[in-house]
Design a protein around this ligand. Structure first.
Ligand code: SF4
Length: 358
């Protein structure tokens, strides 16, 4: 399922890997470090502080590709931008640049980039467009980092917040996701603070411990229901890793965990559901993200009215569970994960309203 391009891409290189590359070609340790840092800074479009040997730099430029994939951008009125990113083999993924006012009073802006980790997804969650595609292939680390670079160049600034909530289940492609995080956090390059990276999972329990051990990234878990049958009906993965196992994995987390709860009318939006979530959260280091359902493939399911969403949030808060109600960004132009690329791939129906980044 993995795609192996025949070029080395700079977006997939850590400082240590570039240093090693230079050492093999005879560079001193100082020369190798200078080359690695200069290449990372150049790719991240930051001012170059290091002056590597020109001959080595020329060699590196000949060997490492720096080209970004073609990306068609669609902007929404609230500032959200969705990129349909075309990979080298023609497959499409989506990347979303999410605009939020961090503080309404001060009008402070906050940008988050949402990255895809797979083309399609094998997990088949019933409300997800990407799940309907099945898994086409895993992304390589450089294809993940390239999405970040596309969004950052579009905005003309470094992005400090990264979420792996686009197409795919990140823990099903953990090696490449961890490698991408290692590249994104490089101080000489994009310098994304690792604690500001969030990896979302539908609950691949054995891989959660590996993620805790290998990165300092935050973890978000898609919960959506406490009743086992109801959860299995939404998330087929729950048949393999039931709630009890998932709860124990959350308990083992070294950092607070974000519980994702997509609010679906008459499915998981009642007072009883809120109380069950309170019970589940008791004793755990968690906070909750409430996300009213985006329109998706399950046509018979929809989001509750806003008033009911707020009542759900209040019931959690009244019982000491911190919950944020996330109103959907970019709903007018795509919806939840995977929708943009799924539409583009199937119907070529997007109106291109902004130039591609490549
Ligand atoms: S919600 Fe996430 S894990 Fe589930 S099918 Fe969609 S992309 Fe895969």
């Amino acid at each position: 399922m993995s795609y192996k391009p025949d070029v080395k891409h700079l977006a997939g290189q850590t400082e240590a890997a570039l240093e090693q590359w230079a050492r093999v070609r005879g560079a001193t340790s100082g020369g190798a470090r200078a080359l690695a840092r200069a290449l990372l800074a150049e790719f991240a479009q930051r001012g170059a502080g290091e002056r590597p040997a020109q001959s080595l730099l020329a060699l590196a430029r000949a060997e490492f590709s720096v080209e970004l994939p073609r990306a068609d951008a669609v902007a929404d009125a609230d500032g959200t931008v969705r990129f349909a990113v075309q990979l080298d083999d023609g497959k499409m993924v989506e990347t979303v640049l999410i605009h939020q006012r961090e503080n309404e009073a001060r009008a402070k802006e906050r940008w988050t980039v949402c990255l895809s980790s797979q083309v399609g997804c094998a997990r088949g969650c019933v409300f997800c467009e990407t799940g309907r595609m099945g898994l086409l292939r895993n992304l390589q680390a450089h294809e993940i980092v390239a999405q970040y670079a596309i969004a950052a160049r579009h905005l003309g600034q470094r992005l400090r917040n990264v979420v792996f909530m686009g197409m795919g289940e990140p823990l099903d492609n953990l090696e490449q996701v961890v490698k991408a995080i290692e590249v994104l956090r490089e101080p000489a390059g994009f310098a994304v603070p690792e604690r500001r990276i969030t990896v979302s999972t539908v609950g691949i329990v054995p891989k959660m411990d590996e993620l805790y051990a290998r990165t300092k990234a935050q973890i978000a878990v898609s919960l959506h229901a406490i009743d086992e049958q109801a959860r299995r009906a939404l998330l087929p993965v729950a048949k393999k890793w039931p709630l009890e196992m998932l709860r124990r994995a959350i308990e083992r987390a070294p950092r607070p965990v974000l519980l994702q709860w997509t609010l679906i009318e008459n499915v998981n939006d009642s007072e009883r559901d809120a109380d069950a979530l309170v019970h589940f959260a008791r004793g755990l280091q968690v906070r909750v993200n409430l996300i009213p359902l985006n329109p998706g493939p399950a046509k018979d399911r929809r989001a509750p009215p806003l008033q009911k969403c707020r009542a759900f949030q209040k019931r959690l808060a009244d019982h000491g569970v911190r919950a944020l109600l996330r109103l959907p960004h970019g709903q007018e132009i795509g919806g939840a994960c995977g929708q943009l690329a799924a539409r583009t791939a199937s119907r070529s129906a997007l109106v291109r309203i902004a130039p591609g980044c490549s």
